[in-house]
Design a protein around this ligand. Structure first.
Ligand code: AHR
Length: 629
C-alpha cells in the first residue's frame, strides 16, 4: 500500500545495510507493542448460492441429475431409455400419479418385453458423469409402484465397457407408492467419472418411479449430505460464517421463485424444488436445515439472508400490509433456526432431526436492493428491522444498500472488479466514519480468468484483503463470490473453487484466501510503510495472546521488491514461517488437469534478522508468521 510515512526510523536500521538506503526499498515499521484496533473474529467467511451448479452437481453430493423426472420439450432431461437385447420399453411422464403432494407426477416405464438376459429400464447420466471409486458404498433409493413388477435392478455402469461396477436387486415393489432403498458396493475398479446409473426390470409390466437418488459417502457421513473433497477445501479456508441462501438465488426471478424456505425442509419427497434464477431448476435437496448443518460441520455462524419482498424482474410487495406475509415468513424462519423445541417452528426443526437450536447474530434483509426500481427498500428494510428487533433485539440486521431515515446495523457492500481497480482502491475503507453502520463486504472478487480466476486476480484479491484486514474494526465480515463452479455448468466466470464430477481444485485466488484467513490474528498493531512501490501492499496483525505477528505482503509488480521489516517494541523469535504464493505471470492459473500449478509453498526463515532486508519475488503474495519474545 502506498501510505504516507507514519513513523521515524531508527539510525540502527538505517545503518544495517550500507549498500542500500531506505530510499530504494520499502521500509515497513511495526510497533508490536501498540494496538490500533481489533480484528473482527468473523472477518473471513463464505458466500454461496445455487449458481454454476454449486449445490446440485456440486457440493450437494446427490449423483443423479433430475431425480424427480421433470420434463421439458426435449423429454426427460438426463434420463434415457435402456432396451438391452430384444427388450422393448417406452417411458413417459404420468401427470396423474406421484408419491406426494409436492411430487404429483412420475415417470411411467412401460415394458412390453424383457427378460433376465435382456432387461429394459432407464439410465441417468449424472452431472457430466458420475464419480465412482473402488471399494466404496453408494446408498440409493427410489419411490415406485407397480401391479406387475416387484423387482428392480439398480446398477452403476462403466460407460466405456458397458459393464456394471456395482449391482443391487430391490424387491418388494407393490401397487402403492413406497420408498425402496439399496446400496451399491464397488470392488477394485479404477476411479473414474465415466459411469452412469441404471434402473432395470427383467419382465414385462408397468412401473411408476419418482425421486430416484444415489449418494456417495458424504462429509461427516451425513445422510443427504455434502461432497467430501469440496467440504475439505472449504474447511481449509477457516470460514467464520456462511452467508446464505444468496445472492440472486434468495430473490428468484419472480416472487414465486424466491427461496421459499418452508418448501425446502422436511423429507425430500415433500420438496418440489424450484426454478432458480441462474437458468436451471434447484432440487432444494440442500434446503434450510442442510445449510445450517453445513454451518455446524465447518463451525461457521449462519448469516441468514431473508427474502425481503423483492424479486429480480421487479415484482415486489409494497411496504405495509402487502409486505406483512413476507415479514412473518422471515420471523417464522428465525424461529425455525433459533427457537426452542417449545416453539412452533423450533418443534418442526426438531421433527426434521435437529432439536438443538442454532445461534444467529446477523440477518440480512434481501439482496442488492439498490436495483429495486420501485425504490421501496427504505420502507421494506424498516418494516423488517422493526419486526426482527421486536422479537430478537440482539440480532444485527444487515441492509443490502444504504437506507434513508434510519441507520442500519450493518451495510452489505459488493465489489466485482479488475485487479487494477482493487490496487487503486486498497485504501477505500481507511477513512470511513467509524460512527456509521459497520460493513459487511458480502460479495467481492477480482474477475480475471475463467472458469476460475488466475494469478493476476489473486494479486488483486490479496491487495484488497490487506485493505479489509487493516479496516477490520469496521468490516465485520467479508466473503468472496461466487465460491463454487462445476466447470461443465457455469453461468459466471471467476469462481473460487472449480470441479467436475470426480475432482476439484482451488484457484490461485482460493489459495490467497486460505493464506489470509488461516493467519488472521485478533489485533492490529500500529504500523507504517515508506518507500514502497505503487504495487506493494501489506497488512500486519497480531495473535496468539499478543505473542505472534502475521505479516502479509503483496508484490503485484513483475519485479522483485525488498522490504525492510522493522519490528519495534518486541523481539522476534529466531525463526519464522514463510508462506509464498507466486507465479511468473498474471495469466498463470490452475485447472482441473493442473490443479496445483499455483499453490502456496511453506518454508522456514532460519534467522529472522534476514527480515530486515526481506526480498520478495515479483508477482508474489507472502505471509510471514513470527513469534514474539
Ligand atoms: O455472485 C453472483 C451474483 O452477483 C449474486 O447472485 C448477486 O448478488 C450479485 O449480483
Amino acid at each position: 500500500m502506498h501510505c504516507k510515512p507514519l513513523f521515524a526510523f531508527t539510525l540502527a536500521a538505517a545503518l544495517l545495510s550500507p549498500a542500500a538506503s531506505a530510499q530504494d526499498r520499502a521500509v515497513l515499521t511495526i510497533h508490536a507493542d501498540r494496538t490500533r484496533a481489533k480484528v473482527s473474529p468473523t472477518l473471513y467467511g463464505l458466500m454461496t448460492e445455487e449458481i454454476n451448479h454449486s449445490y446440485d452437481g456440486g457440493l450437494y453430493a446427490e449423483m443423479l441429475q433430475n431425480r424427480t423426472f421433470r420434463s421439458d420439450w426435449t423429454g426427460v432431461p438426463h434420463w434415457y431409455l435402456v432396451e438391452q437385447g430384444d427388450s422393448q420399453a417406452k417411458m413417459a411422464i404420468d401427470r396423474e400419479s406421484g408419491p406426494s403432494e409436492a411430487l404429483r407426477a412420475s415417470l411411467r416405464l412401460e415394458v412390453a418385453k424383457a427378460a433376465a438376459a435382456s432387461p429394459a429400464g432407464i439410465l441417468n447420466e449424472g452431472y457430466w458423469g458420475m464419480a465412482v471409486a473402488p471399494r466404496t458404498t453408494y446408498r440409493g433409493s427410489f419411490y415406485a409402484k407397480s401391479s406387475d413388477i416387484t423387482e428392480v435392478i439398480a446398477r452403476l455402469v462403466d460407460n466405456n465397457s458397458g459393464k456394471a461396477v456395482a449391482t443391487a436387486t430391490v424387491s418388494g415393489i407393490g401397487p402403492a407408492w413406497a420408498q425402496h432403498s439399496f446400496s451399491l458396493e464397488t470392488g477394485s475398479i479404477a476411479k473414474s467419472a465415466e459411469n452412469h446409473f441404471e434402473l432395470l426390470v427383467n419382465r414385462p409390466g408397468t412401473l411408476w418411479l419418482n425421486l430416484a437418488s444415489l449418494f456417495p459417502p458424504t462429509y461427516h457421513n451425513r445422510p443427504n449430505g455434502n461432497r467430501i473433497d469440496l467440504m475439505e477445501k472449504l474447511a481449509a479456508m477457516h470460514p467464520a460464517f456462511l452467508r446464505f441462501p444468496g445472492g440472486n438465488y434468495l430473490e428468484g426471478d419472480r416472487i414465486a421463485d424466491r427461496f421459499d424456505w418452508k418448501k425446502t425442509i422436511g423429507p425430500l419427497v415433500d420438496r418440489a424444488g424450484h426454478q432458480a434464477p441462474w437458468s436451471y431448476y434447484s432440487s432444494d435437496g440442500l434446503g434450510l436445515l442442510e445449510f445450517l448443518e453445513w454451518c455446524e460441520d465447518l463451525h461457521m455462524q449462519p448469516v441468514l439472508a431473508v427474502y425481503a419482498g423483492y424479486s429480480l424482474r421487479g415484482e415486489h410487495a409494497a411496504p405495509g400490509p402487502d409486505l406483512e406475509p413476507y415479514v412473518n415468513e422471515a420471523l417464522d424462519e428465525l424461529e425455525y433456526v433459533t427457537g426452542g423445541t417449545d416453539t412452533k417452528w423450533g418443534a418442526v426443526r426438531a421433527k426434521d432431526g435437529h432439536p438443538a437450536p442454532f445461534h444467529v447474530t446477523y440477518v440480512e434483509v434481501g439482496n442488492e436492493d439498490q436495483f429495486d426500481r420501485s425504490h421501496s427498500y427504505d420502507a421494506r428494510y424498516a418494516q423488517f428491522y422493526k419486526a426482527i428487533k421486536a422479537k430478537y433485539p440482539e440480532i444485527q440486521v444487515i441492509a443490502t444498500t444504504p437506507v434513508k431515515g434510519m441507520q442500519p446495523d450493518v451495510i452489505d457492500d459488493h465489489y466485482y472488479r479488475r485487479a487494477v481497480e482493487f490496487f487503486n482502491d486498497v485504501a477505500h475503507y481507511d477513512k470511513i466514519d467509524r460512527n456509521g453502520p459497520r460493513i459487511f463486504v458480502g460479495e467481492w472478487a477480482t474477475r480475471e480468468g475463467g472458469p476460475t480466476p488466475n494469478f493476476g486476480a489473486a494479486l488483486g484479491d490479496a491487495a484488497w484483503m490487506t485493505g479489509m484486514e487493516r479496516n477490520s474494526d469496521l468490516i465485520v465480515m467479508s466473503c468472496y463470490a461466487p465460491l463454487l463452479v462445476n466447470i461443465h455448468g457455469l453461468q459466471w466466470d471467476s469462481d473460487l473453487i472449480g470441479y467436475d464430477a470426480l475432482n476439484s481444485y482451488g484457484s490461485p485466488s482460493y489459495y490467497a484466501q486460505v493464506m489470509f484467513a488461516g493467519n488472521v490474528g485478533d489485533e492490529i498493531p500500529e504500523s507504517g510503510i515508506e518507500g514502497a512501490g505503487p504495487r506493494l501492499f501489506y497488512s500486519v496483525t497480531r495473535g496468539a495472546g499478543g505473542k505472534r505477528l502475521y505479516i502479509k505482503l503483496v508484490n503485484a509488480s513483475s519485479t522483485p521488491e525488498t522490504v525492510d521489516v522493522q519490528v519495534e517494541g518486541a523481539q522476534l523469535a529466531k525463526s519464522a514461517k514463510l508462506v509464498t504464493l507466486s507465479a511468473l505471470g498474471t495469466q498463470a492459473t490452475n485447472t482441473i488437469e493442473h490443479p496445483l500449478r499455483v499453490a502456496p509453498v511453506e518454508s522456514t526463515i532460519g534467522d529472522t534478522a534476514s527480515l530486515r532486508h526481506h526480498a520478495m519475488p515479483g508477482y508474489s503474495i507472502q505471509v510471514i508468521r513470527v513469534d514474539l519474545r
